[in-house]
Design a protein. Structure first.
Lengths: 219, 293
């Protein structure tokens, strides 16, 4: 029986370094999940943004998807950002559902094209006091949710963040903003205490320390 | 937070990291690419191998054909404009492509100047053979860089050369004393402010993909191990014997670029690769990388 006391980030494609960087700013040392067995100790797993068709293909080919569902049934919580939220959805407009772990209906790339990507600032009362930055990149929209799903943020005609007891879905990218609020919220949802203050604000290029060519010459 | 267009555009490229961007010439190929796990497609009328074979002036693709590809897939769609041809870029922006590649694969429209990319809302990716070229493009507003390997050859040697050169330049810049930075910038044509960013980050300040001559899963993993953030595959897929299978294999090898067993499995039984042209036997005039500066 696994002890499930770690946080993991699915490391196949997309915004992996960015989530790792945010978690590290909170004092969490995440597991980079590349193989099914990497899920064994996880209390929580982040499905990053990227391209959901690429992610699901790799999850299926390398036999991670069934293990992921097993781990979920065993208590591992999951947070999907953008593409990750699409993977979690029970219903995807005009497409077949993928993992289908969360009773939400989602519409892919629902704002249009890259020129329609945007930033905004809103308050998400359950997650943090005060306004937080949100970044939407070719984002999906959650159109409706089932009865066991709590809406955390509704903007105009769509739902931007929602959760169940074991899942969190955000159509935006907290890992691309200076805010650590959603990461803290998820880590605590997984039953792991965050000891660092949330005042450390990662900069836009912070993730690059995981993709360096050489050591930087910092002041 | 104000809408910072450059930042949003650089961030879309971040979401493509670890992925494969594939050249496609029609909606059917775009669907095959998406199904195989491509993170984006590059819509163009002729793949580089055909551009080479047919010669003549190579221009931006027909917007109607690009629009058909946009309608066929949900992944980002990129398209190429000629170097310096800002009106082709305006057309592609009006079409709302997700990324414009200001590309040496097309015939340059301006032999002196590249497009002022900072004027556009749509993001640009540009080719670079070394740090100076990459930094100049970033200073002009490019939100993503790629190597400028010889497109349409199936020979990875030039992409490797460019990535090695990029790494060498970055290592050299990072090792300099502060007062040595300005002469380095003069000698290498690097805008000073970009040089300072590179020194602080230990890499380019935007995502850097491999492009040009990548034809096999091993080529893709090679470029990833050399430090690229992702891979473009042009003629390598749809000029091969079994495009769908090769596309899937390159996606796997890119995701697991540090796992030789998985790359080996992905390399099995792929059928005929594209025929290829050995870059070392090409006349300099036939090389595309020299277009732009």
């Amino acid at each position: 029986m696994a002890k499930r006391d770690k946080i993991g980030v699915l490391d196949l494609q997309g915004g992996v370094h960015e989530h790792v960087y945010h978690l590290q700013a909170l004092g969490i040392n995440p597991v980079r999940v590349k193989e099914a067995h990497d899920l064994d100790d996880l209390a929580g797993l982040i499905l990053p943004g990227g391209e959901s068709t690429c992610l699901i293909r790799l999850l299926n080919i390398f036999g991670i998807a069934p293990k992921l569902k097993e781990a979920y049934a065993d208590g591992m919580k999951i947070w999907g950002t953008c593409a990750g939220a699409i993977l979690l959805s029970k219903e995807i407009e005009n497409e077949q559902a993928q993992l289908g772990l969360m009773d939400i209906a989602i519409s892919r790339n629902a704002f249009g094209f890259q020129v329609d990507s945007f930033n905004t600032k809103v308050e998400v009362p359950k997650v943090a006091k005060g306004e937080i930055d949100l970044t939407f990149i070719r984002a999906p929209k959650i159109k409706s949710v089932g009865s066991d799903v709590e809406v955390l943020l509704k903007i105009d005609d769509y739902i931007a963040a929602a959760e169940t007891e074991n899942c969190l879905a955000t159509v935006f990218h907290p890992e691309l903003t200076p805010s650590l609020a959603f990461h803290k919220y998820f880590v605590e949802k997984c039953g792991i205490a965050v000891t660092n203050g949330v005042n450390i604000m990662p900069d836009r290029t912070g993730w690059m320390k995981y993709a360096r060519i050489t050591s930087p010459n910092t002041k | 937070m104000e809408n910072n267009r450059f930042e949003l555009n650089a961030q879309l490229a971040q979401m493509l990291k670890g992925g494969v961007i594939m050249d496609v010439v029609n909606p059917e190929q775009a669907k095959i690419a998406e199904e195989a796990g491509a993170v984006a497609v590059m819509a163009l009328e002729r793949v580089p191998a055909d551009i080479r074979a047919e010669g003549g002036v190579s221009r931006m693709s027909d917007p109607e054909m690009i629009a058909e590809i946009q309608a066929a897939v949900s992944i980002p769609v990129m398209a190429k404009a000629r170097i310096g041809h800002f009106v082709e870029a305006q057309i592609l922006e009006a079409l709302k492509v997700d990324y414009i590649d200001e590309s040496e694969v097309l015939t340059p429209a301006d032999e002196e100047n590249h497009i002022d990319k900072s004027k556009f809302s749509v993001p640009f990716v540009c080719g670079a053979r070394n740090l100076g070229e990459a930094a100049r493009r970033i200073a002009e507003g490019a939100a993503m860089i790629r190597t400028k390997g010889e497109a349409g050859t199936g020979d990875v040697v030039e992409a490797v050369r460019h990535m090695r050169q990029m790494k060498k330049d970055i290592k050299e810049l990072c090792a300099l004393d502060p007062e040595e930075v300005m002469p380095f910038c003069r000698d290498n044509g690097v805008p000073y402010n970009i040089a300072l960013q590179v020194r602080e980050l230990g890499r380019l300040p935007v995502v850097n993909f491999a492009a040009g001559g990548i034809a096999t899963p091993a080529d893709a993993a090679l470029m990833m191990q050399l430090g690229c953030d992702g891979v473009f595959v042009g003629s390598g897929i749809f000029k091969s014997g079994d495009p769908a299978q090769r596309a899937r294999a390159i996606v796997k090898a890119t995701a697991y670029f540090n796992d030789p067993v998985k790359i080996m499995e992905a390399s099995k039984g792929l059928g005929e690769p594209m025929v290829g042209i050995n870059c070392s036997t090409m006349a300099d005039d036939d090389k595309l990388a020299g277009r732009g500066w």
